[in-house]
Structure formats: C-alpha cells, structure tokens
Design a protein around this ligand. Structure first.
Ligand code: 4AD
Ligand code: MG
Length: 466
C-alpha cells in the first residue's frame, strides 16, 4: 500500500517522497485538458494554493472513468512522482490508478467555469471554499488565528474563554441579539403587561455578547495578562463592507499597563502578524496580489517597516479641519470620526498607520479612564490603510468612585454591573486592553474589499442562509 501525501509536500519538498517513487494523492479536479492520447488533470487538495499536474495516458484507463473526471469532481490518484516536462511546475504525477470518489456534473456544477464575481460566490457560500480565492483566504484566516495564539502564548498571556451568552450589555450600546426560550407569540407577562423574564431560561434577560472585555478585566485583575478570542455579535443595521453582525474579536487585557504600554502592545502585535503572514503564507499572498490587489505585499511590508504615528484626537481634528478636504460628514471637536476621516489621516496625511488617543468622553464607553481635563478619556484607536479602525481600546478607569459616577451619568444599569464594580472595590489596579477585529485584520492581509469575503459564513442583515 502506498502512503497518502499532501500535495503541498510534493510541490514544496519532493525530496521527502523522492522522484521516481510511487505516491497517492486525493483532491478536487480544477481542470482537465489534453487530447485523445493523454490527459492533464490539475488536482488541488487545499494544502497549498497550487495544484499538482496528473498525467494520464488515455490508453491505460477505462474511458468511462476518464469521462467522469471533470472540473469539481473528487478523485484519488496513485502514480509515480516525476520531474515535470511542462512549464510552471517542478514535479507531476504519472498516473497508474485513478478512483473517482465523486463526480460533478459539468452541466450543473456552479464552478465549472473560472472567473466568477465575488458577489456571485457569496450566493454559493457552501461551494466557494472550492475556489482558489477562498482556499487562500481560509488558509490565511487559520494562519492569523494560530499566530495570535502564538504571539500571546510566547508573551505569557493566558487565553480566557469569555461567555457568549451574557446578562449585561458591556458597551451600553443596546444593539444586542436577545437569547430566550420564551414563547415568541405568548410570552409570560407581569401584571403591568411587560414580559416576565423571571420565567425565561436564565431567569433574566440575556443576550449574545458584544465583547468579552468586562469578563476579560475580571481575569486580568487576578492573573495579570489575558486575551479572549471569540465570536461577538452586534445587531446594528450597518450594511457596510466593514461590518458584520457576527464577527470574531481578540481582546487582550493587562494589569499594570498604562495607555502607552497598551499602544506598544497593539503595534507590536500587528507587526508580528504581518510578519507571520509574509513568512508563512507567501504563496497565498502572491496569488491574492496577482488576482485582486497589486500592492498587497508592499502594503503589508509597510506596516512592518513604519513606526505608527501617535497623536491625540484633538490634534487629529485640527489636521482634518485645516486639510481643505471636502468630507461627506463635517468635522469638529466632539464628533465621532467616520471612516473617510480616518482614511484621510492614514492614507493621505501620514501615509502610515495612526494611533489616536484621548477622545472626548461623550463618544466613548463608560469604562475608559478619565483624563484630568474632565473632557477626554484615555482611549486609543488604531487606524489602518484601506480599513480605518482596526483596533479600539483604552486604559480602564480603575477608581471606584469615578467609575460609579460615570455609570450613573450615563444612566447605565448599575445593578447589572455590580460584579464589574467589585474589581474596583477589592484590590483595584491600573490596567488596559483593546479589541482587534479579526475580520478587519483578514481584510487587510488578504487585500479583499468586502468583509463578507473574509469569513466563511457571513452574518449580515437579512443574510444567514449558509
Ligand atoms: O471598538 P470596539 O467596539 O471595542 C470593543 O468592543 C472593546 N470592548 C474592545 C476592548 O477594549 N477590549 O470593537 C473593537 C474592534 C474594532 O476596532 C473593529 O476592528 C472590530 O472590533 N469591529 C467590528 N468588526 C466587524 N464588524 C463589526 N460590526 C465590528 N464592530 C467592531
Ligand atoms: Mg471602536
């Protein structure tokens, strides 16, 4: 019996198997061409962007079997690994035996032809992993997730599993998905007509989390440096190329870090991830660059090679006001920055990533550390070319009285946050953290333009088919 081999091993390190030796590969047919004497099959198994060429002499095979081998079919091939005569590949397989696992009727297989639009591929999200594009994206997603865990593990951070179902609304944003087992038509009611959540599964109102931060803080204030990496949910009706209703977020939270330590960590991490992609995913990056974005690799390298520009929100507003640039949303101190403002700063003005700090407290969350000016908080947003905000974070308010007062001012339900406040009552400590949107990272590193194309099964308003 011949041992199975991944196509990546054959193409990258053929010496492992050895030219002239027999191999066995399994995969999906990308193309088949040839003539009445010989067939050339491009076979891909997902281990690498490239396909291996299978050469089959027609006379050696049952005609019926060869007919079944069409684009999209799945086959197993045994044959001899040989040096390739053709251009573009170093080795190929001279087939001795082919088994068809699954046919793909050429009349109806949706990916029969090349060059589908990304919009069309979204409609067949169940099959788009079969394309070279989505193979590359899925491999990059894996590599980035792995690199994130490696980065933090090597630094001595602990991976914290924050809950997905939560009884509190962390950001005070209100745009959450409710989790309930109550009857949708006839829920139990209180005497005043409101729904009686005491009867609900958890005995209270619960939602899908928008962030693991608050739970992350509990752990950081006990074991030092942690990060979460999980799905988060936002029921905002934002139909933009940068928003998902379900996205993955990485949230490190560190005791004894101030805002500068926090910025240093964010910058180091993003550079580490860019470097990891270049070192480990070059074939996929080259493919994406060739197909979608001619400046991709250069842009990734520019993150590694540039020190991020750090300035305050107030300084940024000043630059934007004096820029003479026409914006759709006008700028003045106190306004929330829009993607167009962020991208002007990053792409036009500084031409490198930017970290903005000290935002007005009115546009940021309750938990951010208040500055002495009484107007701003120690927030930080990292802004990237093409993306805008890729990271949002802050130093946290560790003072019990100040935090309680802010919760009161904002009319937040203090009774749901008692456990959070207790960390400030018992052994409070200066601490900081941030959230990196995983899909925004993947958007950047793949050069894709729409966030729906960098997650296997996008969840957006009116879309949860696959
Ligand atoms: O700025 P955000 O809302 O911050 C938080 O949730 C904090 N709790 C993070 C923290 O300090 N631990 O979200 C953080 C990041 C954003 O910078 C963005 O990259 C991403 O999450 N993000 C989204 N990505 C995709 N779709 C959405 N709807 C997103 N909303 C935020
Ligand atoms: Mg934000």
């Amino acid at each position: 019996m011949i041992a199975k081999t991944k196509i990546k091993v054959l193409l990258k390190t053929p010496e492992v198997v050895g030219i002239g030796n027999d191999v066995k590969v399994e995969g999906w047919v990308r193309t088949k061409r040839g003539n009445k004497n010989i067939a050339f099959i491009a076979l891909n198994d997902g281990s690498i962007i490239h396909s291996i060429q299978i050469v089959a002499e027609v006379a050696n095979f049952d005609e019926e079997i060869l007919k079944q081998i069409t684009t999209g079919s799945c086959i197993c091939v045994e044959g001899t690994l040989v040096n390739s005569q053709g251009q573009g590949q170093s080795v190929e397989i001279q087939a001795k035996k082919i088994e068809v696992y699954g046919t793909a009727d050429a009349e109806i297989y949706p990916l029969q032809k090349k060059g589908h639009t990304l919009e069309f591929l979204r409609e067949i999200a169940h099959l788009r992993p079969r394309t070279n594009t989505f193979g590359a994206i899925l491999r990059l997603r894996h590599a980035m997730a792995f690199a994130i865990h490696k980065f933090f593990n090597d630094k001595g951070f602990y991976y914290l599993h924050a809950p997905i179902i939560t009884g509190s609304d962390c950001e005070g944003a209100g745009s959450m998905f409710r989790v309930t087992t109550l009857d949708a038509v006839n829920p139990p009611k209180n005497s005043d007509g409101t729904v009686n959540y005491n009867e609900d599964f958890f005995g209270k109102q619960t939602n899908l989390t928008v962030s693991g931060q608050l739970e992350g803080e509990l752990a950081a204030l006990a074991i030092g440096e942690i990060y979460t990496f999980g799905p988060t949910f936002r029921a905002e009706n934002s139909n933009t190329p940068r928003h998902l209703a379900e996205f993955w977020m990485i949230e490190p939270e560190m005791a004894f870090y101030d805002i500068t330590d926090n910025m240093d960590l964010a910058e180091e991490m993003l550079k580490y991830l860019m470097n990891y992609a270049i070192e480990n995913c070059y074939d996929d990056l080259e493919f994406l660059q060739k197909t979608y974005d001619s400046e991709l690799i250069e842009r990734i390298k520019s993150i590694i090679n540039n020190k991020f520009e750090r300035l305050t929100y107030t300084e940024a507003i000043d630059i934007l006001e004096k820029s003479g640039q026409k914006f759709e949303f006008p700028v003045s101190w106190g306004c929330d920055l829009q993607a167009e403002h962020e991208r002007f700063l990053v792409e036009k003005y500084f031409q490198k990533p930017v970290i903005l700090t000290n935002y007005p407290k009115e546009i940021k969350a309750f938990y951010m550390k208040q500055n002495d000016d009484g107007k701003t908080v120690r927030a930080m947003d990292v802004l990237f070319p093409r993306i805008g905000e890729i990271i949002g974070g802050s130093q946290r308010e560790e003072n019990f009285d100040k935090l309680s007062k802010r919760i009161e001012e904002l009319n937040l339900p203090a009774k749901d946050l008692w456990w959070y406040l207790e960390t400030r009552k018992f052994g409070t400590a200066p601490h900081s953290g941030f959230g990196l949107g995983f899909e925004r990272l993947i958007l950047f590193v793949t050069g894709m333009a729409n966030i729906r194309d960098v997650i296997p099964f996008p969840r957006t308003p009116k879309n949860a088919e696959f």
